[in-house]
Design a protein around this ligand. Structure first.
Ligand SMILES: [Zn+2]
Ligand SMILES: [Zn+2]
Length: 222
């Protein structure tokens, strides 16, 4: 069953938030898919540099929303295809783990727009205006995944990251297991906090990342 029929109260609540905060985005339901389209205006400041701008966008809600995050498309053809866009012209709002991790905590549209979408648009407007990126950017593909896990887990050792991911992938959290970092302590007395940060990521993404890292490990004999 489609999300907006399964949980009409939540649907009404989400659309109310949209109306109140982004009056130029309008929702429609077409072939049972909910989407928003229109203009997103923002006024954002980063490192004391303020940017006011607006973009034409479309936000498409997946059928199992909010278990999966929506996709966002810039419909004004202002941002070139080779600038952080994914298949189907979806904006690359971060690596899939980052977006999923963020969204699984938020579980609603406003933080997604305010932080990820406006963050992305701010970055592009800044680049247009000042001819450089306002902040460092994570790589795409497996390199970006490694950067992300290295930051959260505090290690860039691929076999160790793989051990962590296997633990996160378990159906039940194994706090009594030995911590993959090699300290000899149980997880609950060691890197539990880092691991629980990653437990917000959907199991499907973890399994996908695990597969890619295992492939990397095999091809480089790590
Ligand atoms: Zn990107
Ligand atoms: Zn540890």
């Amino acid at each position: 069953m489609k999300w907006y029929k399964k949980n009409p109260g939540f649907f009404i609540e989400e659309m109310k938030v949209i109306r109140e905060n982004y009056p130029n985005l309008h929702y429609r339901i077409k072939e049972e898919i909910v989407f928003l389209s229109g203009e997103l205006e923002f006024n954002a400041t980063y490192n004391n540099i303020n940017i006011q701008d607006k973009y034409s966008i479309k936000i498409v809600f997946p059928d199992d929303y909010p278990n999966t995050f929506p996709s966002v498309i810039e419909t004004g053809n202002r941002i070139p295809k080779n600038y952080h866009k994914l298949i189907g012209d979806r904006l690359c709002l971060g690596t899939p783990m980052e977006v999923s991790c963020f969204f699984n905590k938020a579980k609603s549209i406003k933080p997604l727009i305010d932080i990820l979408v406006i963050g992305y648009l701010y970055r592009y407007s800044y680049l247009e205006k000042y001819k450089e990126e306002p902040f460092a950017e994570r790589s795409h593909g497996v390199k970006g995944k490694l950067e992300f896990y290295s930051e959260v887990l505090g290690t860039s050792d691929v076999p160790v990251i793989i051990k962590y991911l296997k633990i996160i992938f378990r159906p039940k959290f194994g706090g009594h297991l030995l911590c993959p970092c090699g300290s000899g302590k149980q997880i609950r007395n060691c890197h539990q906090k880092n691991i629980s940060e990653l437990s917000n990521i959907s199991k499907a993404i973890i399994s996908d990342d695990l597969e890619q890292l295992l492939k990397l490990q095999r091809s480089f004999k790590l």
